[in-house]
Design a protein around this ligand. Structure first.
Ligand code: SF4
Ligand code: MG
Length: 311
């Protein structure tokens, strides 16, 4: 209840977004975090509205720009728990360069990608995660482009925690979100999210495997998969873990892995690297620095900026 907003949520009935939202609200509350300690940033799309629906700090940012915004907030205030959310089109289309470069930094925050394979808010066009040749009811012809495997992209970009959940498995999703938030470094959680309005192929029934007689989605941890690359791991161990990850990340069809797929403890966070250069960074981060002079006015000299604007 702590994170539930006072206003209604306006996603379509039955949308997988509801499962992701309630998981995030529960995950934050059960971690013992108070709303003022958390900031949720959204991109554009149906999922971009999530910051309105979580009673913490938050901003609905620009199309594709959620990661730069969220990284800036986290660097200015490293004590804040930062969660960025966005859709597949937002994060892997226009935002793809930010996805890659965020991975290289490894800032201690979490990115949750709502993957429904479509641009839901703009009436169901093919998103970068839609498989080649798939034709949903909103498309006049089969999709002509191949899909991005975002788990593989996260690996090669340098994300140090990578997982996948399913929107209707709230119990597992809460746990995954908590693990992602607690991981010291950049975590990427892909959530498979049926869009009942526009994606009539990969539906709840499809993920449940009603045509197969067994669920497609399964939990890798229940099968004993160990995602951890320990601190100080040698090259052989790292290579073996990455190969095991790639096998899971490429599995799709009759069996779809979910769970924690990679947890790399061998790479320091960006904050640790900054602290080495600026020892006072953590004790005196930008967000708490006083910019006022003794008279209460800003010490920042804006006159060159005003001169530039003068006609
Ligand atoms: Fe959910 Fe799809 Fe409706 Fe968007 S269009 S709210 S993703 S069901
Ligand atoms: Mg989408």
């Amino acid at each position: 209840k702590l994170y539930r907003p006072p206003h209604p949520v306006d996603w379509c009935p039955g949308c997988g977004d509801f499962g992701i939202l309630s998981s995030l609200q529960r995950a934050l509350a059960e971690l013992g975090l108070l709303p003022h300690q958390v900031a949720v940033f959204g991109g554009i799309g149906c999922s971009g509205k999530a910051p309105y629906y979580v009673s913490s700090y938050g901003v609905h940012t620009l199309h594709g720009r959620v990661l730069p915004y969220a990284q800036g907030a986290k660097l200015a205030n490293p004590e804040l728990t930062v969660v960025a959310v966005g859709g597949d089109g937002d994060g892997l289309g226009i935002g793809a360069a930010h996805f890659v470069n965020a991975g290289r930094r490894n800032i201690d925050m979490t990115y949750i990608l709502f993957n429904n394979e479509v641009y839901g808010l703009t009436k169901g066009q093919a998103a970068p995660t839609m498989p080649l040749g798939m034709q949903t009811k909103a498309l006049p012809e089969p999709n002509m482009q191949n899909k991005i495997n975002s788990l593989m992209l996260a690996l090669t970009s340098g994300f140090t925690w990578i997982g996948r959940g399913y929107a209707y498995n709230v119990k597992q999703l809460v746990k995954l979100m908590q693990e992602a938030i607690q991981h010291p470094g950049l975590s990427y959680l892909e959530v498979l999210q049926p869009c009942p309005t526009y994606n009539n192929i990969h539906t709840k029934e499809w993920y449940n495997g009603e045509d197969l007689g067994h669920p497609r989605v399964y939990d890798v941890q229940e099968e004993g998969y160990d995602p951890v690359i320990p601190e100080g791991a040698d090259e052989e161990t790292i290579n073996a873990k990455m190969l095991a990850f790639m096998q899971k990340a490429n599995e799709w069809g009759d069996r779809i892995p979910t769970g924690i797929l990679l947890q790399n403890r061998a790479i320091p966070t960006y904050e640790e690297r900054i602290s080495q250069k600026i020892p006072s960074y953590r004790s005196n981060p930008p967000a708490v620095r006083d910019v006022r002079d003794e008279n209460g006015y800003s010490q920042v000299d804006l006159s060159p900026f005003y001169e530039e604007l003068a006609i």
